[in-house]
Structures are given as C-alpha cells and as structure tokens.
Design a protein around this ligand. Structure first.
Ligand code: NAP
Ligand code: MG
Length: 401
C-alpha cells in the first residue's frame, strides 16, 4: 500500500511515559501508513532546559504558521523536578506558554466506548467543556483586613480620572478580593467557542451568573451575544446548530438531564470545577482529549492527562506497564483530520477515522489497558500491556485498510 501524503503539522514531543507511548504510536500506527510530515520540536524537559525554554516559544510560533499541532504531555517543573533534572530554572508550564501565544481556549472531550457507561445515565454523547482560562479569581488580589474599616474599589484612568465605589464598611475583620477580566480576552474566548462549534457541528451553550453579577458576568453575556449576532448567526443557522445562553445553575440542571453532544462554555472558575465533574462522570482521564483553539483558527491537539510519572518509574525498572494510549492516539487523529480538512485531503481524513474506529473496536472486543478493566461493564475484558494494546489496535486497523 502506498503511504498517505499530508501537509505539514507541528509535532511537540514530551516527557516520561507519554514520550515512550508517543514513539510507539508513531512507529506502529502512523508511520507504516502515512508519510508523516511534521516539524519536530522536542519539548522534553532536558531540551527545554538546554534551550532556556526557547523551544516552547518556537513550537507555539510554528503552530501559528502551520495552523495544526499535536503535543505530547510534558512535565511542568516544580522544586522536586528542578532537582531531579538539574534544571537551570523552574521553567513555566509549556501549555501556559503556548496558550498565551496562541490566545486560545481549551476544549476537553471524553472518548466514549460502549461497555463503559457514564455515571449519568442519560448521557449518550460526549459533553465538551470550554474553559476560559484567563483572569477572574485566578488573577485576583486578596486582602484579609483584621480590624474595622472601609473597603473601596478605585479605578484611576490613564488620563487621571477616578471612579470609586464602596464595597463594604467593615465593623469587624473580614475578607476582600479584587478580580478582573479583559474585553480582548473575552472576545477571543467567544470567537474560539463559536469557531469550534462550527468545526464540530455541535450546539454551543454558555452560562454565567449575570443575574447576580450585573456588570461582570453581564459583560461576558453581552460580548458573546454581540459576536454571535454579527459574525456567526448565519453560519449556525445554515448548519442547524444553536447558540444557547443560560444561567449557570440552570445549565447545571440541564446538563445532568441532557443526552450530551454539545459544547459547554464556562467562565474560568466554573470551567475548572465543571470539567473535573464532567470528566469523572464520563469515566477516565486517560480517555479525555483536549484541543487548544485560537480565535483565528489554529489548533493544538493533546491528551488531557499528564506524563503518567508513576508508570514511567516502573517502566524504568524494566516493568511492562499498562498505560492507556487512547487520548494520545486521538490527539494525533485529531491533528491529522484537521490537516486533512484544511487541505481537502480525503485520504488523510479517512485514515484518522479508521484509526479511531480501530481503537474503539479493540476496546469493545474486550482488549484494553488495566485502567479500563475496572470500569468495564461489557462481557469479559483482558488487560494488555501498552505495547500489546497498540499492536491489537494495529491488527484491527489493518483489517480496514
Ligand atoms: P497524570 O500524569 O495524569 O497521572 C496521574 C495518574 O492518573 C496516574 O498515576 C495514573 O494512575 C492515572 N493516569 C493518567 N493517565 C493515564 C493513562 N494514560 N493510562 C493509565 N493511567 C493514567 O498526572 P500527575 O501524575 O499528576 O502528573 C505527572 C506529570 O505530568 C507532572 O509532572 C505534571 O506536571 C504533568 N502534567 C502535564 C500535563 C500536560 O502536559 N498537559 C497535564 C497534567 C500534568 P495510576 O498510577 O493509579 O495508574
Ligand atoms: Mg481543576
């Protein structure tokens, strides 16, 4: 069989167990069938250290150029990692660096297989959470006044005008918090959400607490509505998808009663909390994919989980691990499919579809990694090592090619 040709994508290699899996996926599931055309960036921690983390910035810039990237999980250094790897500095999270450069929003979607039932009985299709990963309580300034006094909000504009509002006249100690967001960031968030809804042909829900937060949350609601009306309404109607705004508490109730199959956009804190709830209810972090979408339509695909350190240390001892490669495989298929869509490369899109189907069919035939066996409700399940599982997927894939 002739290998499928493709346009260039950015490849970002990573760390630990996921770096091992990365190579296995390329060797067994991709390179025999596709003439992989990637611009390779090694985001493994040793190379980030060598380049003073320049490589993370270069990889993000390359993503802007080629529009599609696939990323392996990477270590975010802490004090222990600085010692373990003898780092020059405690480098920042590559994901944070890339997100800041692409100004994007992260969409997390569970991979569903029959045989693993979501905890919520009505859910039949995945629910994708879009979290606005900028500002609010994550960039807040906090105070802990311990005696009576007056707390005020003061805004001094660059031309020297001042606006003031009393927050509270404290008669005792208390707590205070000042937080902000920016129109530009909310705009980018909205564009990424509408863009991704169109790409995936799914409804978009957005929820805030604008009845209580009459300026802060109301601004989010108004900006979304304005952008929708001006730039996306027609396209949504054409595709038969809807944009739906509701209060966060109403949204929570509707999500639980829904069948799934939509994108739920959340403010930063709501998205933090709700994505953990939704992913847990769908089953396993190892089955959760993630894509960073920039407002101008650049895409970076990855697994939602980390580098699976505990398995890696066992691997280094010579043990065969049963680490689940599904989210990493789906990061690759997501990137290949997107490249195919942008270039009109049907063969590449077809390959991505077949590899995803082969992965799911393998699990549904009862062959899976250890983490899934415990969740499995189908007939008997066999726990395979990562390598055996990838080879089982390969055998399934070959049937369809
Ligand atoms: P983790 O790598 O996601 O692993 C936590 C635990 O979840 C594992 O020990 C394992 O449980 C289970 N698990 C996760 N993925 C799995 C898979 N594919 N197959 C089977 N089990 C899986 O999180 P962590 O241990 O907190 O973080 C490790 C490193 O990853 C850290 O250095 C962190 O900075 C980094 N990280 C990177 C990203 C990213 O690049 N996007 C995201 C998160 C964390 P058992 O051990 O019980 O089997
Ligand atoms: Mg969280």
């Amino acid at each position: 069989m002739e290998k499928i040709k493709m346009g260039k994508i950015v490849e970002m290699d990573g760390d630990e167990m996921t770096r091992i899996i990365w190579k296995m996926i390329k060797d067994e599931l991709l390179e025999p069938y596709v003439e992989l055309n990637t611009e390779y960036y090694d985001l493994g921690l040793p190379h980030r250290d060598e380049t003073n983390d320049r490589v993370s910035i270069d990889a993000a810039e390359a993503t802007k150029k080629y529009r599609v990237a696939v990323k392996c999980a990477t270590i975010t250094p802490n004090a222990q990692r600085v010692e373990e790897y003898g780092l020059k500095e405690m480098w920042k999270s590559p994901n944070g660096t890339i997100r800041a450069i692409l100004d994007g929003t992260v969409f997390r979607t569970p991979v569903l297989v029959s045989g693993i039932k979501p905890t919520v009985r009505t859910w039949e299709k995945p629910i994708t959470i879009a979290r606005h990963a900028y500002g609010d309580v994550y960039k807040a300034t906090e105070f802990r006044p311990t005696k009576p006094g007056k707390a005020e909000l003061v805004f001094t504009s660059c031309d020297g005008e001042e606006e003031r509002a009393t927050i509270y006249d404290f008669e005792c100690g208390g707590v205070l918090q000042g937080m902000y967001n920016k129109d530009t960031s909310i705009h980018s968030f909205a564009h990424s959400c509408f863009q991704y809804a169109i790409d995936t042909k799914q409804d978009l829900w957005f929820s805030t607490k604008d009845t209580i937060s009459k300026k802060y949350d109301q601004t989010f609601k108004l900006i979304f509505q304005d952008i929708y009306d001006k730039s996306y309404k027609e396209k949504f109607e054409e595709l038969g998808i809807t944009y739906f705004y509701t209060l966060i508490d109403d949204a929570v109730a509707r999500v639980i009663r829904s069948k799934g199959g939509y994108i739920w956009a959340c403010k930063n804190y709501d998205g933090d909390v709700m994505s953990d709830m939704v992913s847990t209810a769908f089953g396993s972090l190892a089955m959760m994919t993630s894509v960073l979408v920039s407002p101008d339509g650049n895409y970076e695909y990855e697994a939602a989980h980390g580098t699976v350190t505990r398995h890696y240390y066992r691997y280094l001892e010579g043990e065969k691990t049963s680490t689940n490669p599904i989210a990493t495989i789906f990061a690759w298929t997501g990137a290949l499919r997107k490249r195919g869509e942008i270039d009109g490369n049907e063969a590449l899109i077809g390959f991505a579809d077949k590899l995803e189907k082969a992965s799911l069919d393998t699990i549904e035939s009862g062959k899976m990694t250890k983490d899934l066996v415990g969740l499995w409700e189908g007939s008997e399940a066999t726990a395979l090592t990562t390598e055996e599982f990838i080879l089982a997927i390969k055998a399934e894939l070959e049937k369809s090619l």
